[in-house]
Design a protein around this ligand. Structure first.
Ligand code: ZN
Length: 387
């Protein structure tokens, strides 16, 4: 149950489930905590974010609190403040010191930057102790961007930076269930005899037998393509290692075909959607390789570094990359999961944690300890110096 009202201060629309107006940061007088919107239900801005937002609003700067930014039609983010429709201001508190949160922030920032937004981060403490300084910085960013825009206009360069992934409400999320998408992908994949059949025309012909065809929905196609790609993951022997690596050269060639396919159906926006989606999940992609019973098992430090480098070598051209530290953070979580599951098993049979099984993780532990030691990571987070 949700109601749209007009904000008493700025007269913009405000939903009854929102505690604060998104346009002026003032409290919503008709806020009703019992009203909510299912998938949009989310946390309210912190007092630091509100303080900054109110200050910017009072200076006549256009803001939007926690806007929905759809970086693919399957997923959206809600950054803290959007300024002039193109700058994102993130206000970080203590929680951002945590490694996992930092990694998510970094990945989110990359997706937003891919979509054409600039992201600037401030800390709670900066807002408490030097609000005037923070505002001066934001103003200088705005001026700089106006200047750049004028230069572009005078030289007749079209504005290409902001790529609004504005997904119409009825086109958001998939119109086909996960189960069906998987089934379609497997059926389609069984007919893909060579890379030459990875075309928009062919995908369209094959998928038209289904009703509704997933080709009409970006999110459905994004999901379908990642299933098909996953089915075509293969290994290759690396002459530097005596065990196989993932064949990223092959995988990126197929990915390139998929970029063309998304373009065929949806134009440039489809390409961006696919790249954004892969950017978000790319670190996840290497993580499972440390577990047993996978296509490729990464067995040592050299192996993981060579996977990361090889991945970046083949995906850099798409604007997709992974950083060692991001992979580490993923691996810390994965390793804890593996350990828990081994401990669980060993309760029934202590012999199960054999010498062989634990030996496999010794190098990984050492590699991860390095990441745990560096909690600062602020340069990695991309705190920008624009003073
Ligand atoms: Zn308002």
């Amino acid at each position: 149950m949700e109601l749209i009202e007009a904000c008493e201060v700025c007269h913009n629309k405000v939903f009854s489930y929102q505690k604060y107006c998104r346009k002026c940061a003032n409290p919503n007088k008709r806020y009703n905590p019992n009203h909510y919107n299912s998938y949009r239900k989310r946390s309210e801005p912190t007092k630091y974010t509100l303080e900054l937002a109110k200050a910017l609003y009072s200076m006549g700067i256009e803001i939007e609190l926690e806007p929905e930014i759809w970086y693919t039609s399957c997923n959206f983010y809600t950054p803290d403040i959007l300024v002039n429709s193109n700058f994102i201001i993130e206000v970080d508190g203590q929680v951002h010191e945590d490694l996992q949160v930092q990694k998510n922030d970094r990945i989110r920032q990359r997706a937003l930057e891919n979509s054409g937004y600039s992201v600037y981060r401030f800390k709670n403490q900066e807002i408490v102790h030097s609000l005037a300084y923070v505002i001066a910085k934001i103003k200088s960013i705005i001026n700089l961007s106006k200047q750049k825009q004028m230069e572009r206009n005078s030289r007749d360069i079209p504005r290409t930076k902001i790529i609004e992934l504005d997904v119409p409400e009825d086109k958001r999320l998939s119109n086909v269930s996960e189960g069906f998408i998987k089934a379609y992908a497997i059926a389609l994949n069984s007919t893909l005899t060579s890379i030459n059949s990875w075309t928009g025309q062919y995908f369209k012909e094959f998928l038209s037998q289904y009703n509704p065809p997933p080709t009409a929905n970006r999110c459905a196609m994004e999901k379908l393509i990642f299933v098909v790609l996953g089915l075509n993951l293969r290994s290759k022997s690396d002459r530097d290692n005596n065990y196989p690596n993932i064949d990223f050269e092959h995988y990126s060639a197929l990915f390139n075909q998929c970029v063309q396919i998304m373009n065929y159906f949806f134009g440039k926006i489809g390409e961006i959607e696919l790249k954004n989606a892969f950017n978000i999940t790319a670190t996840n992609f290497i993580k499972p390789r440390i577990a047993q019973n996978r296509l490729v098992l990464i067995k040592d430090y050299k192996g993981i570094v060579s996977h990361i480098n090889d991945f970046n070598k083949h995906f850099f051209k798409f604007g997709i990359s992974v950083e060692e530290l991001e992979v580490k953070v993923e691996c810390i979580g994965e390793l804890e999961k593996i350990k828990r599951s081994l401990e669980e098993k060993s309760r029934f049979d202590p012999a199960i944690i054999s010498q062989r099984q634990t030996k496999h993780f010794r190098w990984l532990n050492a590699w991860l300890e390095e990441a745990k030691a560096f909690q600062w990571l602020s340069t990695w987070l991309g705190y920008k110096n624009f003073g």
